[in-house]
Design a protein around this ligand. Structure first.
Ligand SMILES: [Zn+2]
Length: 644
């Protein structure tokens, strides 16, 4: 009898033999390994492969695999000497901050303020470095604003190279296993484990006869009943042992917040996300534990489980095709929602079936990001969100909202008041900072300090590390002119409670603080201190959920009772209260319908998730009216839909 593991080895052996016939002998291949979805070739003469880029491209095309070339350890230069060579090749302007070596992977990691200059035109410097030192360069950006999360992730990866390599090789074996089923008898189905008919705890299971992929694994941050907080991992369809991959569309906790829990219960398979998503979700997951502890609750996982998730995440860029298993290929494309957010395209079998899952997306341009991708090579089913799917979910044009907030800020500052903007840390806050910076630069905003509290500062620092993912105009400003709007001299990081008190006592200012719905965090502390002065203003810029303080204030409550130093205190709300729509990272009803019209090719079926059930149904009937031949489905949690 053949055991599963010997079957894997046979399939890998086959691939190895095939590779040997395809690689020119003068490249002197000494070893071939399969690290997750990558095929790694170790060579005693890597320059033969590096100089003629066509050989590698041709190999990748023939095998339909990602190829990585590494030099054999025998041909790598001493580290001291390699550093000297790198310094000769890379211009000083690149501003290298650190160089370190990874013996296991044969990589030299170069961190620099201007990574583009390290890379050189068409990668010319990288080729030179590989050729002259024998080390494979891996270039990283040194964030212009120091980010604790980025340093921490880089440290985790650096300190656990061997463990990471070991798990990548295990993952590689699983991906390259032989197929059990002929392509023409393939079925595809999806099951909603969470986030169907609701916003929160998103989790969809995509299954074929060969593989099982979980797309998103979120928590419901607003829910109180334990049954509604986490996705239905207790469903019989879900089997941790047989999961091929987890794919995360974007970092918000309702899509990534429960990921570390899988690692707590022993999952050791791969997680795929963009690098920006990995960074942001690590920030948000750690904050999730902190918030739980501050509220005296038990967090569902530990910092160590988050670390395991980091070690098992394989970051992929937009438009790179990745094998998740022997019959599913994944491609991330931009979703326009937050930094790193993706519409995930799954190509199943040999073109048997194609599914795109939007996650949260925005179909129009924002200051921060380009709009969501609409073009796919093939597409049969589109799974889309419907947060703003109801007929009255129509947002004002972004320009009107910008003018409105500028008017409020100016009026408040002129009368000597302060403007409090409670906001989500990731996405909305950076969009607002870009607006404020723009109007300040054009002298259309009264000059005043803009205080950025707590996690918003860290999230902004992360944004400065990924300029290539930002909207074209911001990207060009940063990369071509070295002019980074997030580094504006008006923006001030607030560290600690003492600094907060000074701001409250101080002069006119704009304050951005979390949470966005006044459910806790710095925004509530500012609110208590600022609300009784009629000179001040509060601007709500995001959705205020039922039952939150933000919702009550936005709807007109003018008196609240709070506990202060053991006593009940009555606060009268005398500050101006404004709600500004139009900065959302989601598409509104019109844009959702427009997206389905624009998406190419037209899907046969649309599956509507991530919305209040009535809103999802309403969007479904609008789509049926507009696109008569399309099948539109609105699943509930725990329902399975067969796609072909
Ligand atoms: Zn989101």
């Amino acid at each position: 009898m053949t055991t599963a593991s010997s079957m894997f080895t046979d399939a890998l052996e086959e691939l190895r033999e095939k590779l040997k016939t395809l690689v020119p002998p003068d490249a002197k291949i000494s070893k071939i390994e399969f690290e997750g979805p990558f095929v790694v070739l170790y060579s005693l003469k890597p320059e033969a492969l590096i100089e003629d880029g066509n050989i590698v491209r041709e190999l990748a095309r023939k095998l339909q695999k990602r190829i990585v070339i590494r030099s054999d350890s025998k041909v790598r230069k001493e580290q001291e000497e390699a550093i000297e060579i790198i310094k000769q090749i890379v211009p000083e302007d690149a501003q290298i901050t650190t160089i370190h070596f990874d013996e296991t992977l044969g990589e030299v990691i170069i961190e620099a303020r201007k990574p583009g200059l390290v890379i050189g035109k068409n990668g010319a410097n990288l080729h030179e470095i590989s050729k002259q030192t024998g080390w494979r360069p891996n270039v990283m950006r040194t964030p212009p604003i120091e980010s604790q999360i980025i340093s921490s992730i880089r440290k985790i990866l650096k300190e656990n190279v061997n463990q990471r390599k070991f798990s990548l090789i295990q993952i590689g074996k699983r991906i390259h296993r032989p197929k059990m089923v002929e392509d023409n008898s393939r079925w595809v189905r999806i099951t909603g484990l969470g986030g169907c008919g609701e916003v929160g705890r998103s989790a969809l299971l995509l299954e074929t006869p060969e593989s099982r992929v979980l797309v998103d694994i979120g928590v419901n941050v607003g829910a109180h009943a334990p049954n509604n907080i986490f996705p239905h991992l207790d469903s019989p369809e879900f089997d941790l042992e047989n999961l091929d991959a987890v794919v995360i569309t974007h970092a918000h906790l309702d899509h990534s917040g429960f990921l570390p829990y899988l690692f707590k219960y022993g999952y050791r398979g791969p997680v795929y996300a963009t690098d920006a998503t990995l960074t942001l979700m690590t920030l948000l997951q750690r904050d999730y534990i902190q918030v739980a502890q501050a509220e005296g609750k038990l967090a569902p996982y530990s910092y160590n489980d988050i670390k395991e998730a980091v070690l098992h995440t394989i970051p992929r860029n937009y438009n790179e095709v990745t094998d998740l298993s022997n019959d599913i290929k994944l491609t991330f494309t931009p979703a326009g929602h937050i930094l790193g957010s993706s519409i995930c395209h799954f190509h199943i079998g040999e073109g048997t079936y194609n599914v795109a899952i939007t996650g949260d997306f925005k179909h129009s341009q924002s200051r921060l990001l380009e709009p969501a991708n609409t073009k796919f090579a093939r597409l049969e089913t589109l799974v889309m969100e419907s947060t703003y799917g109801a007929p009255n979910d129509v947002m004002p044009p972004r320009q009107d909202s910008e003018r409105q907030i500028v008017r409020i800020i100016n009026a408040t500052l002129k009368r000597g008041g302060k403007v409090l903007i409670p906001t989500l840390a990731v996405g909305r806050a950076q969009e607002l900072l870009l607006i404020i910076e723009q109007y300040l630069r054009k002298k259309k905003l009264v000059e005043a300090p803009v205080y950025i509290d707590g996690m918003i500062w860290e999230a902004t620092a992360i944004h400065t590390c990924y300029p290539e993912l930002l909207s074209k105009s911001i990207r060009d400003r940063i990369l071509s002119n070295g002019d980074n709007p997030f580094l504006s001299e008006y923006f001030i990081n607030v560290e600690g409670r003492a600094a907060r008190d000074e701001i409250i006592e101080g002069g006119p200012a704009v304050i951005l603080a979390t949470s966005g719905m006044l459910t806790g965090g710095a925004s509530v502390q500012y609110f208590y201190k600022l609300c009784s002065d009629p000179k001040n203003s509060i601007c709500f810029v995001s959705y205020q959920a039922e039952g939150t303080l933000g919702r009550r204030i936005a709807q007109g409550t003018r008196e609240i009772r709070i506990y202060d130093e053991g006593k009940v205190k009555l606060l009268k709300i005398k500050m101006d209260v404004h709600t500004i729509e139009g900065f959302s990272g989601h598409s509104d009803r019109r844009e959702l319908i427009e997206y389905v019209r624009r998406v190419q090719p037209q899907p046969e079926r649309v599956v509507i998730v991530h919305g209040n059930y009535q809103k999802s149904l309403s969007l479904a009937s609008a789509l049926k009216k507009n696109f008569r031949s399309m099948s539109v489905v609105v699943p509930r949690n725990l329902e399975t839909i067969r796609l072909n």
